[in-house]
Design a protein around this ligand. Structure first.
Ligand code: ADP
Ligand code: MG
Length: 255
Protein backbone atom coordinates (compact mmCIF):
# COMPACT_ATOMS: atom_id res chain seq x y z
CA UNK A 1 0.00 0.00 0.00
CA UNK A 2 1.40 3.39 -0.95
CA UNK A 3 1.68 6.00 1.75
CA UNK A 4 -1.00 8.62 1.46
CA UNK A 5 -0.08 12.27 1.70
CA UNK A 6 -0.68 13.25 5.28
CA UNK A 7 -2.30 16.41 6.39
CA UNK A 8 0.02 18.86 8.05
CA UNK A 9 -1.24 19.30 11.58
CA UNK A 10 -0.74 22.68 13.19
CA UNK A 11 1.43 22.79 16.22
CA UNK A 12 -1.47 23.97 18.31
CA UNK A 13 -3.09 21.77 20.93
CA UNK A 14 -6.81 21.14 20.55
CA UNK A 15 -7.28 18.34 23.08
CA UNK A 16 -5.06 18.09 26.14
CA UNK A 17 -5.17 15.54 28.94
CA UNK A 18 -2.89 16.17 31.90
CA UNK A 19 -2.27 13.58 34.62
CA UNK A 20 -5.71 12.08 34.17
CA UNK A 21 -6.74 9.28 36.52
CA UNK A 22 -9.91 7.30 36.59
CA UNK A 23 -11.19 4.31 38.54
CA UNK A 24 -14.19 2.07 38.15
CA UNK A 25 -14.58 1.07 41.77
CA UNK A 26 -11.20 -0.38 42.69
CA UNK A 27 -10.13 -0.81 39.09
CA UNK A 28 -7.65 1.88 38.08
CA UNK A 29 -8.50 2.28 34.38
CA UNK A 30 -6.63 5.45 33.43
CA UNK A 31 -3.26 5.96 35.09
CA UNK A 32 -1.58 9.36 34.85
CA UNK A 33 -2.61 9.80 31.25
CA UNK A 34 -0.99 12.68 29.40
CA UNK A 35 -2.00 13.22 25.80
CA UNK A 36 -1.99 16.20 23.48
CA UNK A 37 -3.82 16.16 20.17
CA UNK A 38 -2.95 19.03 17.88
CA UNK A 39 -5.42 20.78 15.64
CA UNK A 40 -5.64 18.80 12.41
CA UNK A 41 -3.87 15.84 13.88
CA UNK A 42 -4.93 12.20 13.51
CA UNK A 43 -4.02 10.11 16.54
CA UNK A 44 -4.65 6.38 16.46
CA UNK A 45 -4.99 4.64 19.82
CA UNK A 46 -4.21 0.94 19.89
CA UNK A 47 -3.72 -1.61 22.61
CA UNK A 48 -5.07 -4.83 24.06
CA UNK A 49 -8.67 -5.27 25.07
CA UNK A 50 -9.35 -3.77 28.50
CA UNK A 51 -6.40 -1.35 28.34
CA UNK A 52 -8.65 1.72 28.68
CA UNK A 53 -9.01 2.91 25.08
CA UNK A 54 -12.79 3.32 25.18
CA UNK A 55 -12.62 4.94 28.59
CA UNK A 56 -10.07 7.40 27.24
CA UNK A 57 -12.44 8.36 24.40
CA UNK A 58 -15.37 8.63 26.73
CA UNK A 59 -13.56 10.99 29.06
CA UNK A 60 -12.73 13.35 26.19
CA UNK A 61 -16.36 14.18 25.59
CA UNK A 62 -17.15 13.64 29.21
CA UNK A 63 -19.38 10.63 28.89
CA UNK A 64 -17.22 9.63 31.86
CA UNK A 65 -15.97 11.96 34.60
CA UNK A 66 -12.37 11.68 35.81
CA UNK A 67 -11.15 11.85 39.40
CA UNK A 68 -7.99 13.81 38.94
CA UNK A 69 -6.13 15.65 36.26
CA UNK A 70 -7.41 18.08 33.67
CA UNK A 71 -8.84 17.77 30.20
CA UNK A 72 -9.09 20.82 27.99
CA UNK A 73 -10.64 21.28 24.58
CA UNK A 74 -9.43 24.29 22.63
CA UNK A 75 -7.96 25.74 25.81
CA UNK A 76 -11.15 25.37 27.86
CA UNK A 77 -11.59 22.84 30.66
CA UNK A 78 -14.41 20.38 30.02
CA UNK A 79 -17.66 21.61 31.51
CA UNK A 80 -19.16 19.67 34.41
CA UNK A 81 -22.79 19.58 33.42
CA UNK A 82 -25.80 21.35 31.96
CA UNK A 83 -25.98 23.32 28.76
CA UNK A 84 -22.22 23.70 28.45
CA UNK A 85 -21.87 19.95 28.49
CA UNK A 86 -24.37 19.56 25.64
CA UNK A 87 -22.34 22.10 23.69
CA UNK A 88 -19.15 20.17 24.37
CA UNK A 89 -20.74 16.96 23.12
CA UNK A 90 -21.63 18.78 19.92
CA UNK A 91 -18.04 19.93 19.55
CA UNK A 92 -16.56 16.48 19.95
CA UNK A 93 -18.31 14.11 17.57
CA UNK A 94 -18.24 10.47 18.54
CA UNK A 95 -18.63 7.41 16.36
CA UNK A 96 -19.07 4.08 18.14
CA UNK A 97 -18.63 0.47 17.18
CA UNK A 98 -22.41 0.01 17.34
CA UNK A 99 -23.75 2.71 15.09
CA UNK A 100 -26.42 3.92 17.56
CA UNK A 101 -28.79 5.22 14.91
CA UNK A 102 -32.44 5.80 15.75
CA UNK A 103 -34.21 2.79 14.25
CA UNK A 104 -37.55 4.52 13.76
CA UNK A 105 -36.16 7.57 11.99
CA UNK A 106 -35.07 7.84 8.38
CA UNK A 107 -31.42 8.22 7.52
CA UNK A 108 -32.04 11.90 6.77
CA UNK A 109 -33.80 12.45 10.09
CA UNK A 110 -30.98 10.70 11.94
CA UNK A 111 -28.49 13.19 10.52
CA UNK A 112 -30.76 16.22 11.01
CA UNK A 113 -32.10 15.59 14.50
CA UNK A 114 -29.29 16.96 16.66
CA UNK A 115 -28.68 19.84 14.28
CA UNK A 116 -32.18 21.06 15.09
CA UNK A 117 -32.10 20.19 18.79
CA UNK A 118 -28.59 21.20 19.73
CA UNK A 119 -27.38 23.50 16.96
CA UNK A 120 -30.83 25.13 16.73
CA UNK A 121 -30.91 25.01 12.95
CA UNK A 122 -34.22 25.21 11.12
CA UNK A 123 -35.42 21.90 9.73
CA UNK A 124 -34.87 22.91 6.11
CA UNK A 125 -31.35 24.12 6.73
CA UNK A 126 -30.58 20.98 8.73
CA UNK A 127 -31.93 18.73 5.98
CA UNK A 128 -29.93 20.61 3.37
CA UNK A 129 -26.75 20.12 5.36
CA UNK A 130 -27.64 16.47 5.98
CA UNK A 131 -28.05 15.87 2.25
CA UNK A 132 -24.65 17.43 1.54
CA UNK A 133 -23.04 15.17 4.12
CA UNK A 134 -24.90 12.08 2.95
CA UNK A 135 -23.63 12.81 -0.53
CA UNK A 136 -20.09 13.02 0.82
CA UNK A 137 -20.33 9.62 2.43
CA UNK A 138 -21.97 8.21 -0.71
CA UNK A 139 -25.44 7.70 0.70
CA UNK A 140 -27.63 10.45 -0.67
CA UNK A 141 -29.73 7.90 -2.55
CA UNK A 142 -30.58 6.25 0.78
CA UNK A 143 -31.76 9.38 2.61
CA UNK A 144 -35.37 8.26 2.95
CA UNK A 145 -34.60 4.71 4.07
CA UNK A 146 -34.54 3.40 7.63
CA UNK A 147 -31.29 2.19 9.24
CA UNK A 148 -32.34 -1.48 9.12
CA UNK A 149 -32.58 -1.24 5.34
CA UNK A 150 -28.87 -0.40 5.12
CA UNK A 151 -25.78 -2.57 5.48
CA UNK A 152 -23.56 -2.15 8.53
CA UNK A 153 -20.99 -0.21 6.53
CA UNK A 154 -23.68 2.13 5.24
CA UNK A 155 -25.08 2.63 8.74
CA UNK A 156 -21.65 3.51 10.04
CA UNK A 157 -21.24 6.06 7.26
CA UNK A 158 -24.57 7.59 8.31
CA UNK A 159 -23.23 7.77 11.87
CA UNK A 160 -20.16 9.61 10.57
CA UNK A 161 -22.35 12.04 8.60
CA UNK A 162 -24.38 12.61 11.76
CA UNK A 163 -21.26 13.44 13.74
CA UNK A 164 -20.02 15.81 11.02
CA UNK A 165 -23.38 17.57 10.92
CA UNK A 166 -22.61 19.18 14.26
CA UNK A 167 -19.50 20.87 12.82
CA UNK A 168 -17.39 19.31 15.57
CA UNK A 169 -13.92 20.55 16.43
CA UNK A 170 -12.76 16.98 16.84
CA UNK A 171 -14.00 13.50 15.99
CA UNK A 172 -13.57 10.45 18.20
CA UNK A 173 -13.92 7.00 16.70
CA UNK A 174 -14.12 3.98 18.99
CA UNK A 175 -13.50 0.85 16.94
CA UNK A 176 -15.76 2.07 14.14
CA UNK A 177 -15.16 -0.97 11.95
CA UNK A 178 -15.04 -3.74 14.55
CA UNK A 179 -18.68 -4.73 14.15
CA UNK A 180 -18.53 -4.81 10.36
CA UNK A 181 -18.22 -7.67 7.94
CA UNK A 182 -14.78 -7.59 6.29
CA UNK A 183 -16.04 -6.40 2.91
CA UNK A 184 -17.56 -3.30 4.51
CA UNK A 185 -14.56 -2.19 6.50
CA UNK A 186 -12.86 -0.41 3.67
CA UNK A 187 -15.80 1.79 2.69
CA UNK A 188 -15.82 3.18 6.23
CA UNK A 189 -12.03 3.53 6.40
CA UNK A 190 -12.10 5.36 3.08
CA UNK A 191 -14.46 7.99 4.51
CA UNK A 192 -12.16 8.30 7.52
CA UNK A 193 -9.06 8.64 5.33
CA UNK A 194 -10.82 11.42 3.44
CA UNK A 195 -11.57 13.22 6.71
CA UNK A 196 -7.94 12.83 7.73
CA UNK A 197 -6.78 14.33 4.44
CA UNK A 198 -9.13 17.27 4.97
CA UNK A 199 -7.25 18.08 8.15
CA UNK A 200 -9.88 17.03 10.66
CA UNK A 201 -8.72 16.48 14.21
CA UNK A 202 -9.35 12.81 14.94
CA UNK A 203 -8.75 10.34 17.73
CA UNK A 204 -9.29 6.84 16.39
CA UNK A 205 -9.32 3.62 18.39
CA UNK A 206 -8.87 0.84 15.89
CA UNK A 207 -7.29 -2.51 15.18
CA UNK A 208 -6.89 -1.56 11.52
CA UNK A 209 -3.12 -1.37 11.36
CA UNK A 210 -3.13 -0.13 7.75
CA UNK A 211 -5.11 2.91 8.83
CA UNK A 212 -2.81 3.44 11.81
CA UNK A 213 0.27 3.18 9.66
CA UNK A 214 -0.76 5.32 6.72
CA UNK A 215 -3.43 7.75 7.90
CA UNK A 216 -2.25 8.61 11.41
CA UNK A 217 0.19 11.32 12.41
CA UNK A 218 0.79 9.54 15.71
CA UNK A 219 0.18 6.18 17.27
CA UNK A 220 -0.59 5.95 20.97
CA UNK A 221 -0.17 2.50 22.45
CA UNK A 222 -2.05 1.79 25.69
CA UNK A 223 -1.65 -1.09 28.11
CA UNK A 224 -3.18 -1.46 31.58
CA UNK A 225 -4.54 2.08 31.65
CA UNK A 226 -1.26 3.74 30.72
CA UNK A 227 0.04 5.32 27.57
CA UNK A 228 3.12 3.22 26.98
CA UNK A 229 4.21 4.65 23.62
CA UNK A 230 3.27 7.81 21.75
CA UNK A 231 5.22 8.05 18.49
CA UNK A 232 4.99 8.36 14.74
CA UNK A 233 3.52 5.31 12.98
CA UNK A 234 6.80 4.74 11.20
CA UNK A 235 8.72 4.58 14.48
CA UNK A 236 6.07 2.57 16.24
CA UNK A 237 5.66 -0.11 13.62
CA UNK A 238 9.30 -0.49 12.67
CA UNK A 239 10.86 -0.17 16.13
CA UNK A 240 8.41 -0.49 19.02
CA UNK A 241 10.27 0.16 22.28
CA UNK A 242 8.23 -1.61 24.92
CA UNK A 243 7.83 -5.34 25.37
CA UNK A 244 4.06 -4.80 25.59
CA UNK A 245 3.94 -3.16 22.19
CA UNK A 246 6.23 -5.75 20.61
CA UNK A 247 4.06 -8.53 21.98
CA UNK A 248 0.85 -6.82 20.86
CA UNK A 249 2.16 -6.19 17.36
CA UNK A 250 3.42 -9.72 16.94
CA UNK A 251 -0.05 -11.00 17.77
CA UNK A 252 -2.04 -8.56 15.70
CA UNK A 253 0.20 -8.59 12.61
CA UNK A 254 0.34 -12.37 12.47
CA UNK A 255 -3.14 -12.86 11.09
N1 ADP B 1 -18.70 1.11 33.08
C1 ADP B 1 -17.74 0.33 33.58
N2 ADP B 1 -17.79 -0.14 34.85
C2 ADP B 1 -16.82 -0.92 35.37
N3 ADP B 1 -15.72 -1.29 34.68
C3 ADP B 1 -15.60 -0.86 33.41
C4 ADP B 1 -16.60 -0.04 32.79
N4 ADP B 1 -16.20 0.22 31.53
C5 ADP B 1 -15.03 -0.41 31.36
N5 ADP B 1 -14.66 -1.05 32.49
C6 ADP B 1 -13.41 -1.79 32.69
O1 ADP B 1 -12.35 -0.86 32.54
C7 ADP B 1 -11.25 -1.43 31.85
C8 ADP B 1 -10.97 -0.63 30.59
O2 ADP B 1 -12.06 -0.77 29.71
P1 ADP B 1 -12.14 -0.09 28.29
O3 ADP B 1 -11.84 1.36 28.41
O4 ADP B 1 -13.46 -0.45 27.71
O5 ADP B 1 -10.93 -0.81 27.54
P2 ADP B 1 -10.70 -1.04 25.97
O6 ADP B 1 -11.59 -0.11 25.21
O7 ADP B 1 -9.25 -0.77 25.77
O8 ADP B 1 -11.02 -2.48 25.71
C9 ADP B 1 -11.64 -2.88 31.57
O9 ADP B 1 -11.09 -3.68 32.58
C10 ADP B 1 -13.15 -2.86 31.65
O10 ADP B 1 -13.65 -4.10 32.04
MG1 MG C 1 -13.04 -0.48 23.79
Amino acid sequence: MAAEPLNEPLNEPLIELRDVNKHYGKLHVLKDVNLTVGRGEVVVVIGPSGSGKSTLCRTINRLEPVESGTITLDGQPLPEEGRDLARLRAEVGMVFQSFNLFAHRTVLANVSLAQVKVRKRGKEEADRRSRELLERVGLLAHAEKYPAQLSGGQQQRVAIARALAMDPKALLFDEPTSALDPEMINEVLEVMRQLAREGRTMVVVTHEMGFARYAANRVVFMADGRIVEDRTPEEFFTAPESERAKDFLSKILKH
